[in-house]
Design a protein around this ligand. Structure first.
Ligand code: SF4
Length: 230
């Protein structure tokens, strides 16, 4: 574990959750604002948070929480994730929300089949051809498989796109919406120019509310439930 936020009312829809941050990601989104979580290995002198600390925390707070949000980094890169989720659900009786970039479909499938995920939030960064800006080519077919798996599952989920001026426009949003046709919920999230992986983006302004609304209306041509998170 790379970090713990002890309480959040915004990360897990309708639930009070603790948020666990995992170390390591296989993408390099220029607008990532958790860029310290991208390297799989921590710089020397820095240490991960022991799991015992987290479970000690849950012992004390279990009754004040509905669930745990697991985010990153990319949580599915963690080899012991299944055991970790199993313990949260079975020993502490808490709900689990998993944030993922969708790049490990078979691991995701195993967690879903084991009934270890109550809510999934899946980032869709771009239309498929544009993914090459931030992810190795081989991962795109994995993400496509994850999208299909999720749409055909009975897990509660959302797809979401962080929209960045200069990287996303109406045409791009429409292509993404078409890619996930049949999805239940799609969130358009505004970019925040804070602590970005590409330092050049810290000077870029977020989209105006009117532009976000145009994106929403465009996506709504193809999807039933499109919402803005600003
Ligand atoms: S935004 Fe998410 S997927 Fe992209 S580099 Fe950061 S942690 Fe990884």
């Amino acid at each position: 574990m790379a970090g713990l936020q002890k309480t959040s009312v915004i990360d897990f829809p309708d639930q009070i959750s603790a948020v666990v941050f995992t170390q390591g990601c296989n993408f390099y989104c220029p607008y990532c604002h958790n860029s310290q979580l991208i390297p799989l290995k921590l710089p020397s002198g820095k240490e991960l948070m022991p799991e015992s600390y987290f479970f000690g925390f849950l012992e004390q707070r279990q009754n004040l929480l509905d669930g745990v949000t697991i985010t990153g980094g990319e949580p599915l890169l963690q080899s012991d994730l299944k055991d970790f989720l199993f313990k949260i659900k079975n020993d502490y009786n808490l709900l689990i929300k998993l944030d993922t970039n969708g790049s490990s479909s078979s691991k995701l499938q195993k967690l879903m089949e084991a009934d270890l995920i109550d809510y999934l939030a899946v980032d869709l960064k771009f239309s498929w051809p544009n993914y090459k800006q931030l992810a190795p080519a081989g991962l795109i077919s994995e993400i496509k498989r994850s999208v299909e798996l999720i749409i055909n599952s009975d897990v509660d989920y959302e797809f979401r796109t962080t929209v960045v001026p200069g990287l996303h426009d109406i045409e791009e949003i429409e292509k993404i919406a078409i890619q996930i046709k049949g999805a239940e919920k799609y969130f358009i999230q505004n970019f925040r120019p804070v602590n970005t992986l590409d330092p050049g983006l810290t000077n870029r302004r977020s989209f105006a509310p009117s532009k976000l609304e145009q994106f929403r209306l465009t996506a709504e041509k193809h999807l039933n439930n499109v919402q803005i998170r600003d």
